[in-house]
Design a protein around this ligand. Structure first.
Ligand code: ZN
Length: 695
């Protein structure tokens, strides 16, 4: 366990700050019920956008769109977390300045979200000046309140890592997991935040306002943590530089969480936006970071002078996803890479599946098969089917391509039952969004589309069409189905924005266009105008056949583990470029396989190559009398050189030497798999001596 020591110095800086700055006066805008401000956590840039971050971002986007439909002015914020020792080290390992490195990495997030039809209003990066000055202001306010003092931080420090570890993170005997060498007990001056002062107020707050922290399981976790009593929090370091300096004492860099959490505030800037949108209406987070968001973050705000009604309205922690029943790991991650999923299945469909399949707030499983089944049964088979069976066969054929008139004399009980069913489902969908249950809102929409199909079958329009005296009745039935589809298009729009606009186009309707202060939720039946022209077209949802299913599942399964390393395309030593989208033809003999001489090797040295930011020069011991071999490997985006020394790797030992020019010659190749920025190296699971044949 950490040993916490501090002395309350009442530092000169704190006293000075208190004198110079008056009592906090800002941040007092009354909360507006007409505004909806939703945030995702800011994502750590060294990681690529993945299914987990996509899930949170899609959910935030869908909530924002729902509230737009309800006439609210919405603001959706996401961004990237770009400070910290780990980032500083990775940048250095790649021969880049931290700023150049984070610029490159952040762009992947900026580009990723629109591919999933997410439209954030703002994207904040913690390296932006607006953020840095905002964080410093927040710090000063906490200092003004007397909540920041100078003390000593003591912990386990790895000199090579230049970083602290908790005992849990270390190997047996207090050994650094990265460098395999003992860490040292170190002590440094650190500013502390008086977190201990806020435990009772947080307990009181969450007791009076349970809606502020959801779901209930997470609230219970936080409450029991609070009841154990809070310790003051070390909020600065002097051991690295890549971060925001403490005001008045720039030798200290702020604790990355103090910096990162403030983004929700700093993104609103100093002007009118803050008054309009503060406090956040909904802050989404993963269940692994509840302590930071539900304890530290409100405590920082309380300290800075925010009254209870100016604290985040709801902090909502969603669960984690497994992939086809397994924990998301380096290899399974490829199979759920968000952009790849969107390309194969459609971005609307991926959004739908994630929010429909997983009960929001609980853990869930992502399965490619379940995704296909939901698209096929619910989107294609229920919503798409109802549209296409009505438009072509009836509206075009019997009503000249126009929405038929509803003749009251031709109505019967089935119609009124359908209308009240629709109204109930519409109310249920809205209530579900308001309860943070998008899965139930979607269930209500699909179940309404099912009711439409059932109504259609019961009314037997094909029989009505044969009898000219039943033409008015046929018109009523078709009209009801089209109106129901109009309603469904609005209910599903927050999650399937582009597909629902396609569907509306075919119905002859304009795209969904939210208007501030106008509630467009389809509570009232009857928005469809008789006589307007439909525009039938291709199926809105593609039909995934059994053959497509087999092919898609095989393609995605091949991405797990079987996908060759991205080194394939970067290191010419690898003969064939297989993209991972297809498997090589089966059926080589063992003898053919045995021609490949695979050996276990141990990396002895590793270094960067100037101007080659993807390559590392390694020497690898494969037990040869001539000493370690030089291997040039395209793995620099995934590994820092120092992380490789001492590692066991599998080497293709009998590849012809490959000349990279400028004296770089590779004598072999490492086996690896995964995308180039998160490669996994092939290895063996028990120690074996270097040079052992892998067969
Ligand atoms: Zn270390």
């Amino acid at each position: 366990m950490h040993k916490w020591r501090w002395r309350d110095s009442g530092s000169a800086f704190v006293r000075r700050a208190r004198v110079e700055r008056g009592a906090p006066k800002r941040y007092t805008a009354p909360p507006s019920m007409k505004r909806f401000y939703v945030t995702t956590p800011i994502y750590y840039v060294t990681d690529a956008p993945h299914l987990g971050t996509a899930y949170t971002t899609i959910a935030a986007d869908a909530f924002a769109r729902y509230h737009q439909l309800r006439g609210k002015q919405t603001r959706f914020l996401t961004g990237t977390d770009e400070h910290g020792l780990k980032l500083e080290r990775e940048a250095t390992a790649r021969g880049l300045s931290p700023k150049a490195f984070v610029d490159e990495m952040a762009s992947r997030y900026v580009e990723a979200w629109p591919q999933l039809l997410c439209q954030p209003d703002d994207f904040i990066r913690t390296t932006e000046p607006r953020h840095e000055s905002g964080v410093q202001e927040l710090w000063k306010r906490c200092a003004d309140a007397g909540d920041i003092y100078l003390g000593d931080f003591e912990g386990w420090y790895c000199v090579a890592c230049e970083g602290y570890y908790t005992e849990k993170e270390l190997l047996e005997g207090n050994v650094c997991a990265v460098h395999k060498r003992p860490v040292e007990r170190m002590r440094e001056a650190s500013y502390f935040f008086r977190l201990s002062r806020y435990g009772d107020r947080l307990i009181d707050l969450y007791t009076r306002h349970p809606e502020m922290l959801q779901p209930e399981t997470r609230r219970n976790e936080v409450m029991s943590f609070l009841r154990e009593g809070l310790k003051d929090l070390s909020v600065s370091r002097t051991s690295f530089k890549w971060g925001i300096p403490v005001p008045g004492d720039p030798a200290h860099i702020m604790f990355v969480w103090f910096d990162a959490l403030a983004n929700y505030l700093t993104a609103l800037g100093d002007g009118s936006l803050r008054a309009d949108f503060w406090p956040p209406t909904l802050q989404l987070l993963g269940k692994d970071i509840i302590r930071f968001h539900c304890v530290y973050w409100p405590a920082f705000l309380m300290s800075a002078g925010f009254p209870d009604d100016q604290l985040p309205r709801t902090l909502f922690a969603h669960g984690f996803l497994t992939i086809n029943g397994e924990k998301m790991g380096k290899s399974t991650r490829n199979t759920v890479e968000p952009r790849r999923l969107a390309e194969a299945f459609g971005p609307d469909e991926v959004r739908y599946y994630l929010l429909r399949e997983i009960a929001f707030g609980q853990d869930g499983d992502f399965s490619h098969l379940a995704l296909i089944q939901r698209i096929r049964a619910e989107l294609g088979g229920t919503v798409g089917n109802l549209l296409h069976r009505t438009l072509g066969a009836f509206v075009q054929k019997y009503f000249d391509g126009k929405v038929p008139t509803r003749v009251p004399a031709a109505e019967d009980d089935l119609d009124s039952v359908l209308r009240s069913t629709a109204e109930a489902h519409v109310r249920e969908a809205a209530a579900s969004w308001d309860r943070f249950e998008p899965h139930r809102a979607l269930e209500a929409a699909i179940s309404l589309a099912s009711a439409g199909n059932k109504y259609f079958d019961e009314c037997a329009p094909w029989a009505l069409a044969k009898d000219p005296t039943k033409h008015d009745r046929l018109g009523v039935v078709v009209h009801h189905v089209l109106e129901l589809l109009r309603i469904v298009s609005v209910l599903l729009w927050p999650v399937l924005p582009s597909k629902m606009n396609e569907l509306r186009h075919q119905l002859g309707l304009e795209p969904v266009t939210p208007v501030i202060d106008r509630d467009l939720w389809p509570f009232a039946w009857g928005g469809l105008a008789a006589g307007s022209a439909i525009r039938p077209g291709a199926p809105v949802f593609r039909n995934i056949t059994k053959d497509d299913e087999t092919r898609l599942l095989a393609e995605f399964a091949a991405l797990a583990g079987a996908a060759p390393a991205a080194t394939a395309t970067k290191v010419p030593a690898k003969a064939t470029k297989t993209s991972g989208d297809s498997l090589p033809p089966a059926g080589i003999s063992y003898d053919e396989f045995a021609k490949t001489d695979l050996r276990l090797g141990v990396v002895r040295t590793a270094e960067r190559i100037p101007k080659k930011d993807k390559l590392l020069r390694l020497t690898v011991d494969i037990g040869e009398a001539s000493g370690p071999r030089t291997i040039i490997a395209g793995i620099a985006l995934s590994f820092a050189p120092e992380d490789l020394v001492g590692r066991s790797v599998v080497v293709v030992a009998n590849l012809a030497p490959r000349d990279f020019g400028k004296g770089l010659v590779s004598h072999g190749m490492l086996l690896a798999c995964g995308p180039s920025e998160s490669l996994a190296l092939a290895t063996v699971d028990k120690p074996q001596s270097p040079g052992t044949r892998v067969k």
